[in-house]
Design a protein around this ligand. Structure first.
Ligand SMILES: *Cc1c(COP(=O)(O)O)cnc(C)c1O
Length: 400
């Protein structure tokens, strides 16, 4: 195998195609898939030296695999991170980042507006192991300062947040967190690596559900954790390797194919999202629209500062509460109802009865998730067809 050394002058779009590629002696154009669980050694000495670390050799695909390693190199390159570990799912990435770092008796502070399973880990799982957890309103810096006035081990936040697209000040929160001794873990799924670089903003660890924009075509699950070489090799990797949170080489290969078109897709989806958000903002039956790329977003200035694009997700509220939302969604012919996001196909979900059902009405009210709220993951369709479909949905709203 020979590793293609990517010249440091190549730009991001080029690197997404070429970084970290290792060709076998067959000279294949596309990356090979090493669908193997184990590896063989030339002799017993080589096996022994591999285990002591004197020789570099693949050992077992729970530890590492050439296809998975190619994905890890390319993701690290794209993020500007020293190191990356790919995981079986996005939740595998989030849970490993936290569980590998914190110990009983320590403290985690998280923003309240989190992806459902991330919320469960902080609210339910960590306390079971003796970790104190505190939630704060992510856009309230005074609340962060107060929560971080005590020694803290880790901070978890998501920006823009799911589903209401709050934009959090990653730099300011990272400064407060570091003073409290905490590492900052940013779930960067909504912005994607194309539009936001949390490490440049002061965060320590970035996590992805590669299931979303990185695959981007609704095929496979996967995740990634990115950070410094020291933290990844000393803290994260012993945890992921021994607990079995490994990405399948096949899924890694699918993700490598996804990365080839990541910027193209995310840019096109974002252009569609901006067009569609403008339509929704003036459409009858729509009570409000949240899109980080629109001037009426409550944290527009911050979004402009820390993101280079508005992203592919929109939140909006239709009239008529849950009845209105259901009538709207059921009338759609093109846009599908699905709780997935970041797909090439446009998808809508009703958070109050699906992704955010379990947190209860009181917590939803705190997060601003009304019964009429819809999360819209904008895909690659022609924006005129999307607008026609949205108009069809809005025409079905019950008359008040
Ligand atoms: C989907 C998602 C996750 C979880 O990823 P999986 O691949 O489904 O395990 C975590 N955080 C955010 C923001 C997500 O959208």
């Amino acid at each position: 195998m020979s590793e293609n050394k990517t010249p440091s002058t190549w730009r991001s779009a080029t690197r997404q195609l070429h970084a970290g590629l290792e060709r076998t002696e067959f000279g294949e154009t596309s990356e090979a898939v090493f669908l193997t669980s184990g590896f063989v050694y030339d002799n017993a000495e080589q096996a022994a030296k591999t285990f002591t670390g004197e020789v570099e050799h693949y050992q077992y695909s729970r530890f590492s695999n050439p296809t998975v390693a190619a994905l890890e190199r390319r993701l690290a390159d794209l993020e500007g991170a020293e190191a990356c570990v790919a995981t079986a799912t996005g939740m595998g990435a989030v849970s490993s980042a936290l569980l590998s770092h914190v110990k009983a008796g320590e403290r985690v502070v998280a923003s309240r507006a989190l992806f459902g399973s991330c919320h469960w880990i902080v609210a339910n799982l960590l306390p079971r192991y003796g970790v104190e957890t505190v939630f704060v309103d992510g856009s309230d810096l005074d609340a962060w300062a107060q929560a971080l006035s005590k020694p803290t081990s880790a901070v978890l936040l998501e920006s823009p947040s799911n589903p209401m697209l709050d934009v959090l000040d990653i730099r300011a929160i990272s400064d407060l967190a570091h003073k409290a001794g905490a590492i900052v873990v940013v779930d960067n799924v909504f912005a994607s690596p194309v539009y936001q670089k949390p490490l440049e903003l002061g965060a320590d660890v970035v996590v992805y559900s590669c299931t979303k924009h990185i695959d981007g075509q609704g095929r496979v699950l996967g995740g990634a954790v990115l950070g410094t070489k020291d933290w990844i090799t000393e803290t994260l990797q012993p945890f992921t390797r021994n607990t079995g949170n490994a990405l399948s080489p096949f899924n890694a290969w699918v993700m490598l194919k996804g990365l080839e078109t990541l910027t193209l897709r995310v840019d096109a989806m974002t252009r569609n999202a901006a067009t569609v958000a403008d339509y929704l903002a003036q459409a009858p039956g729509v009570l409000s629209v949240r899109y980080p790329g629109r001037k009426d977003h409550p944290q527009y200035a911050l979004a402009q500062k820390q993101m280079t694009g508005g992203g592919s997700l929109i939140a909006f509220e239709v009239a008529g509460g849950q009845e209105g939302a259901f009538a709207f969604m059921n009338a759609l012919q093109l846009i599908a109802i699905s709780n997935n996001l970041g797909d090439a196909r446009s998808l809508v979900t009703h958070p109050a009865t699906t992704t955010h059902m379990k947190i209860g009405a009181e917590e939803r009210a705190r997060l601003g998730i009304s019964d009429g709220a819809i999360r819209f993951s904008v895909g690659l369709e022609d924006s005129t067809d999307l607008i026609d479909d949205l108009a069809r949905g809005l025409a079905a709203l019950p008359r008040s």
